[in-house]
Ligand binder design. Structure first.
Ligand code: NAD
Length: 328
């Protein structure tokens, strides 16, 4: 996994957002390393098919407990008490949907929930909280790799809430008497099996596999630093065990790929063209994202390992299993 440090077997770990895309992969990974994992999420897998699919490997596996709770309202201390690490991934994701009437949902799920988690974590003296932040906090850049100490110009309500949430978590860590340290990880466009259905690579691969056109926002020249989910999980696990120092770290690959290039890779891997309908650029979609990895390499000894084509192949295999039974 490209890092020397992992949570010890027997650690008690809480993963918020465990019924989600990245949270479910993370819960599987820390469980496989011998930690006891409490997965918290507001989704009910008995009525939410996507949550059930994400939790399939976890539910019933030894060492894993699922707690359905909304972090904005639930009493948090009973289940955070005794935690060695809290991985706080729960959030309302998606840039595009964060405009308009949804803002209150973004503000409460991303910011108010983080405030409650951090109040409890500091009071309970939980040593480490790892917070999922986002490359979207950088917003419009000059095209050079984004560094954690550089400017932030979030270009959507979602991005503003993610920046506020990471800074809020860090503020709690700086409180007098706090023993809690926070590592905020700015994830760059995560992809892989079980990726959210609103995300670009998922939509591209679905279109290639079922022949239904997808909406392409812009002309395909926008570029993203696409990061495979197992690499993101490895960085997150390493952050859980890193020395007690609060910091912000990028989790990307340091390479960027144009959306048109992703369409070409998808066509190549699936053997089918990707039908697209071009849409005007949507608000909040920035031109470029690109991570500078200097800080994360130094802090976690972490290196991304999975390239775009290899990761997309894994995602295609999962989608084929899910949507075309027997075809994978
Ligand atoms: P996801 O939507 O699949 O998972 C998020 C989970 O959080 C969901 O299952 C949701 O039910 C849960 N949740 C939201 N509000 C909650 C609340 N109030 N109480 C309890 N549970 C709640 O999203 P994801 O793509 O897995 O993203 C995980 C984290 O990583 C998020 O914080 C997101 O902002 C961040 N992130 C993701 C990406 C990416 O490319 N996927 C990039 C940057 C940052």
């Amino acid at each position: 996994m490209g890092s020397a440090e992992t949570p010890v077997a027997g650690a008690r770990v809480v993963v918020t957002g465990a019924a989600g895309f990245i949270g479910s992969h993370l819960a599987e990974a820390v469980g496989a390393r011998g930690a006891t994992v409490l997965g918290v999420d507001r989704r009910d897998p008995s009525s939410d098919a996507n949550a059930a699919a994400n939790l399939r490997e976890l539910l019933g596996s030894s060492g894993f407990t699922y707690l359905r709770a909304d972090l904005r309202r639930a009493a948090l201390e009973p289940f955070l008490e005794g935690a060695d690490v809290i991985f706080h991934l729960a959030a309302r994701a998606s840039v595009r949907e964060s405009w308009g009437d949804n803002f209150e949902e973004y503000a409460t799920a991303n910011l108010c929930a983080t405030q409650r988690v951090m109040e409890a974590a500091v009071r309970l003296r939980v040593p480490r909280v790892v917070v999922a932040s986002s490359s979207s906090v950088y917003g419009r850049t000059d095209g050079t790799p984004s560094r954690e100490t550089g400017p932030v110009l979030p270009a959507s309500p979602y991005a503003v809430t993610k920046l506020a949430a990471e800074q809020l978590a860090l503020a709690h860590a700086m409180r007098a008497g706090s023993v809690t340290t926070v590592i905020a990880l700015r994830y760059f466009s995560v992809f892989g099996p079980r990726q959210r259905a609103d995300m670009f690579i998922h939509r591209v691969l679905r279109a290639a596999l079922d022949g239904q056109p997808m909406r392409l926002f812009g002309d395909g020249s926008r570029r993203r630093d696409f990061t495979y989910v197992s690499d993101v999980v490895a960085a997150t696990v390493a952050a859980g065990a890193a020395p007690p120092r609060s910091q912000v770290l990028n989790v990307g690959t340091g390479h960027r790929t144009a959306l048109s290039e992703v369409l070409a890779v998808a066509a190549d891997l699936t053997g089918a063209p990707v039908p697209v309908v071009v849409d005007r650029g949507s608000d909040g979609d920035v031109r470029d994202t690109l991570a500078d990895l200097t800080a994360v390499r130094a802090a976690l000894g972490w290196e991304p390992e999975v390239d775009l084509a290899a990761g997309m192949s894994q995602q295609i295999a999962q989608l084929r299993k899910e949507f075309v039974p027997g075809a994978a």
